[in-house]
Design a protein around this ligand. Structure first.
Ligand SMILES: [Zn+2]
Length: 420
């Protein structure tokens, strides 16, 4: 293992949970919405304001900022051996259009608080520590999601990211220069800093930890995803004159497919996530038998083999229920599940033990920047509960105690990684 096994009690100083909470509220003023949420679009002036606030907080504890070509922001705390790859932590500051105060912001502020506690204790680490704000994690204005970490990890070419177009037609390559210029005292860093490890703290965005009554989750991995589209073709016909026996009703067959699919995936239990999210019915007229129906499938599971079996079952069930129509199933996109290394999960678990926080292991249902970093360096994730599992919603909430617990364990793990 890359880090020394924890022994002899905690080494990290105690973090300041009250300051951590206060900073969540202060940061949430940048893009505040009336119902308590936040609208902070990636690459906007508001996004830049929030980052300037963070840079100010970072400078006050000696962190040195820099930014790369896609707008990933790095705040560095120099160690005794700056020639070694750094230990990084962080998340994102952009939000959904009606997002909350904690999604992304927590991982950034937890990292800041961990570094602040080291600063105040006068502790210098062997390796540099790096607090990272990944650009455009949400991808809700300029797709795709996790854009900054995808460019950083080499999984998305910069030119392709710059060509991204917003729904209003605006192009990222036109919007980005103003955003970068809004950080006037942050120098450019065009080579990716080498990393020894990356840890991301995040609210769970699901109900598991709250239901279990636990303050902490050690994330085992991130589930994989397949997007499919089912295209059912029949024949348009007059709704009044065409008897049912001779119709080729695309919607009737699509509904039968949907019922069979729900029955199939319901029987597999909670580890599979199956969603029919978008339906298009043509011609969409009340008195015409639908001639064509297309619907999308979002299928998620922590194991690749289960995704493959699921896709096979979808194809077979759709064929079986096509009746007098024809059906085609197309894969639109997908991403493989990942499993974080056992060593880093053990380290997080042992650090939780040192601070006597009960916890459980769980799979992440949502994608995070850590998924992209997994391809680059040894990566791990910590979850804290959020109220009722609600996220991507203005009502998103978490308790100061849970946020502090995750931050304390993060600080302990960062310290041990940075001294290894
Ligand atoms: Zn997030």
């Amino acid at each position: 293992m890359m880090a020394s096994a924890p022994h002899g009690g905690p080494r990290a100083p105690r973090i300041d949970g009250e300051r951590l909470w206060r900073r969540h509220l202060e940061l949430a003023r940048h893009g505040a919405l009336s119902a308590g949420g936040v609208d902070r679009p990636a690459f906007s002036a508001i996004d830049a304001q929030a980052r300037r606030q963070l840079v100010d907080w970072g400078r006050a504890i000696g962190l040195v900022p820099s930014m790369d070509a896609i707008g990933n922001l790095f705040l560095r705390r120099t160690g005794r051996r700056p020639e070694l790859p750094a230990v990084a932590t962080g998340s994102h500051l952009d939000t959904q259009p009606t997002g909350g105060k904690f999604d992304g912001a927590y991982g950034v502020l937890a990292g800041l608080e961990a570094l602040a506690s080291l600063h105040e204790a006068g502790l210098q680490t062997e390796r540099d520590l790096l607090l990272v704000v990944w650009a455009n994690e949400e991808g809700s204005h300029f797709a795709p999601t996790t854009m900054g970490s995808a460019v950083f990890s080499g999984q998305l070419p910069l030119a392709e990211a710059l060509a991204a177009q917003a729904p209003d037609g605006g192009r990222l390559e036109d919007a980005l220069p103003a955003f970068l210029a809004a950080h006037p005292e942050v120098p450019r860093q065009d080579t990716a800093p080498p990393l020894h490890a990356f840890l991301e703290a995040h609210i769970e965005q699901g109900p598991v930890l709250e239901a279990a009554g636990l303050p902490l989750g050690i994330v085992t991995g991130i589930q994989g995803l397949r997007w499919l589209e089912v295209d059912v073709r029949g024949q348009e016909a007059h709704a009044g004159t065409t008897p049912g026996s001779v119709r080729r009703d695309a919607l009737r067959q699509a509904v039968q497919m949907a019922r069979a699919l729900f029955a199939h995936f319901d029987a597999l239990g909670d580890s599979v996530r199956f969603t029919l999210g978008r339906w298009r019915v043509e011609p969409g007229s009340p008195n015409t038998v639908p001639g064509r129906v297309r619907f999308t499938i979002d299928l998620r599971h922590p194991r690749e083999a289960a995704l493959a079996d699921g896709e096979e079952a979808i194809r077979q069930l759709c064929e079986t229920h096509a009746g007098p129509c024809t059906v085609a199933v197309e894969r639109l996109s997908g991403s493989a599940p990942i499993v974080f290394p056992e060593g880093i999960r053990d380290l997080l678990d042992q650090c939780a033990d040192l601070w006597a926080f009960p916890r459980m292991a769980l799979v992440s249902g949502a994608t995070h920047d850590a998924k992209l970093l997994h391809g680059v360096t040894t990566t791990g994730m910590l979850f804290v509960p959020c109220e009722k599992g609600i996220s991507h919603n203005q009502l998103e909430n978490a308790t100061p105690e849970h946020l502090a617990a995750g931050t304390q364990v993060l600080a302990e793990a960062l310290l041990r990684l940075a001294d290894a």
